[in-house]
Write a protein that binds this ligand. Structure first.
Ligand code: MRU
Length: 377
């Protein structure tokens, strides 16, 4: 069993590499990822030949963002099946790779269920592997469709909340094509507004410590020709105070049954700021991010990451997990508090936009209706 995540060979710098792609090769299928650790400096692929390689890519954020983690997880199960590895072991490892984004478990279980069902129906290993792959591909396609529908619902909501000539949107972390089968979640709405000529400016939080805003959202905003401005996370308060923010749009890693939203650390302070300044705080996420089995915010497991990410600058080229190796910005041995996510209570969320529609005000009852609707589809 080959346990490695190799940098691909001569063709590893082609621009416009998709965030994730399945590739059939003579030696067997592989999962090819755009290495997000190295953006925006270079567009380089990571080739995963098995689940342990993919788990490493997930933990070190080569591949990241809730919807894409679900898609990658599903392909990871299909990869293990296609290459004849222990599929249950692969599924368990993938599911445990990052705890907060529920999409990982959703994707992994979907492919695993298809794999087991094929056996139960009398299929052989080959048919079961094909079933797992078909499930992963379907999830990938569905996520692209969800992204397009969220963009439409989100733009309609913005037009309703902010009638007039256009809006200045603040966003946090990264929620575009780099995290999705389509154009993303919150960023897809921003893109729709941009195409409709209604985006006056995108304010991009840099998103410490791993700079997903600076490295990835600014990269996607620039690539789409948007008017955007990068700010340190700490500058958001004075920007609100100056009346420069019309709406906050973010994604989510898990939405609990009561409407509590886990997203990149720094989202909750933005929700508090938005409420104080009477600015809409809108969460955009596919139904795969809504977890009816997690009752409330306190039940969401928040991933704690290495303190090295805070005490050292570890991006973009150095893998972020493990024993450091970045440029120190604090005395050696400094302890760091480094939760990757925080939880915003439903009462601070103006609306949740999903492919099934918009929930506003955010209540457990309204979310349950959407969950029922999406189960029937
Ligand atoms: O740690 P990351 O980079 O995986 O965190 C990603 C986020 O917090 C995103 O905002 C979230 O996954 C929503 S993306 C649609």
């Amino acid at each position: 069993m080959v346990d490695q995540c190799a940098q691909s060979g001569e063709d590893n710098r082609s621009p416009g590499i998709p965030a994730v792609r399945w590739d059939e090769r003579p030696e067997g299928p592989v999962l090819v990822l755009l290495d997000q650790r190295r953006l925006p400096a270079e567009e380089v692929e990571v080739v995963c030949v098995d689940a342990p390689a993919l788990v490493d890519a997930i933990r070190t954020l080569a591949v990241r963002g809730a919807p894409l983690l679900g898609i990658a997880g599903a392909y990871g199960v299909a990869l293990a099946a296609a290459r004849g590895f222990d599929v249950d072991e692969a599924a368990a490892a993938l599911e445990g790779a990052r705890p907060t984004a529920v999409n990982v478990a959703v994707g992994v279980r979907r492919a695993l269920t298809a794999y087991r069902a094929a056996f139960a129906a009398g299929g052989e290993q080959r048919q079961a592997a094909e079933a797992a792959f078909a499930a992963a591909r379907a999830l990938h396609r569905e996520d692209a469709g969800a992204s397009a529908r969220m963009a439409q619902h989100g733009l309609a909501l913005l037009d309703e909340l902010l009638p007039g000539s256009g809006y200045r949107v603040l966003t946090h972390c990264n929620t575009g094509a780099l995290v999705s089968g389509g154009e993303g979640t919150a960023f897809a709405v921003v893109l729709e507004a941009h195409r409709a000529g209604r985006l006056r400016r995108l304010w991009v939080d840099e998103t410490r410590p791993l700079l997903q805003g600076a490295r990835l959202t600014a990269y996607e905003a620039a690539g789409n020709g948007m008017a955007y401005t990068l700010l340190t996370d700490n500058a958001a308060g004075s920007l609100f105070a100056a009346g420069e923010v019309d709406a906050v749009l973010i994604g989510a890693d898990r939405i609990a049954a009561d409407g509590s939203v886990a997203n990149k650390v720094g989202s909750y302070p933005l929700a508090v700021l938005a409420r104080y300044h009477h600015v809409p705080f809108v969460v955009v996420a596919p139904m795969t991010t809504v977890d009816p089995d997690t009752p409330d915010g306190a039940s969401i497991e928040v991933e704690q990451r290495s303190g090295h990410e805070v005490t050292e600058i570890t991006t973009p080229r150095v893998p972020v997990a493990g024993a450091g190796g970045g440029i120190p910005v604090a005395p050696l041995g400094t302890q760091a508090y480094n939760p990757a996510f925080d939880v915003t209570p439903p009462e601070l969320v103006t609306a949740i936009v999903t492919e099934e529609g918009v929930v506003s005000p955010v209540t457990a009852e309204a979310l349950a209706v959407l969950c029922d609707r999406s189960r029937q589809v």
